[in-house]
Design a protein. Structure first.
Length: 247
């Protein structure tokens, strides 16, 4: 009988070790395997080592625990078998998965695709900063200026529009483009010129990938923002305004 028990012990110990290694994270499976082998080994230990004073079941449980116990390599309080972030810095607060939130954006490390988000930034489910339409529009400089009697997009106007394009590509907006002129020339001619200026800006934005609902309007010389009595004032009045609203 003792020989049979010894044989069982020899056969089961490798089985337990293998079982524990291949059932990482499955505590119940490991406990069952450990209990079987531990019980057998415990009976042997109780009989041989402590002369039956410790019951075989208790000794078996101890053996099962020793064989199947889980570790916590990074010391974060989450066992290795359940730890999804195994190299957490010492002292960092972690969630039930053993993951910290190093940039304090509310998204744990294992799900955070943007781990260095600036403090206070609004983020999406991936931990990446969300693009806030209202903030972009508030900082949008959308005025474009034209030479006298011209409506084509010059170098300076193109540079200004390129900056607008880069901003508007990030958000979904409705655009209303309003053309203006200075006071030089007949009113009807200025009305037509202001409409053409607005149309030029619309075509430029659309051709550069601004996917927005765009409407245009020409207001001629009726709404100056500077004095038309000076060269500098007239240059400011020859403009197109880009008015953006979030969808």
């Amino acid at each position: 009988m003792k020989s049979l028990r010894n044989i069982l012990l020899i056969l089961l110990v490798p089985l337990v070790i293998s079982g524990c290694a291949t059932t990482k994270g499955k505590t119940v499976g490991c406990a069952v395997i450990g209990g079987i082998a531990g019980g057998t080994a415990g009976g042997f230990i109780a009989e041989k080592a402590v002369a039956g004073i410790i019951p075989g079941g208790i000794a078996g449980a101890l053996v099962g625990y020793m064989l199947c116990r889980d570790g916590d390599a990074d010391g974060d309080g989450v066992s290795d078998s359940k730890d999804l972030c195994k190299k957490t810095p010492k002292g960092a607060k972690v969630n039930k998965d053993g993951c910290s939130d190093l940039d304090n954006d509310g998204v744990p490390k294992n799900k955070d695709q943007c781990p260095n988000t600036p403090p206070g930034a609004k983020v999406d489910a991936k931990g990446c900063k969300t693009i806030v339409c209202g903030e972009i529009i508030a900082n949008l400089k959308g005025d474009v200026y034209f030479d006298t009697a011209k409506y084509d997009i010059s170098g300076g106007a193109a540079s200004s529009l390129d900056q607008v394009v880069n901003k508007l590509r990030e958000i979904d907006t409705n655009l209303h483009i309003v053309g203006h002129t200075d006071s030089i020339g007949p009113e009807k001619a200025n009305d037509l010129l202001s409409i053409r200026r607005a149309g030029s800006v619309k075509r430029y934005l659309a051709s550069h990938g601004v996917d927005s609902s765009i409407t245009t309007e020409g207001k001629g010389k009726r709404f100056p923002i500077a004095s038309n009595d000076t060269k500098e004032g007239r240059a400011i009045n020859r403009r197109v305004e880009i008015i953006a609203t979030c969808k």
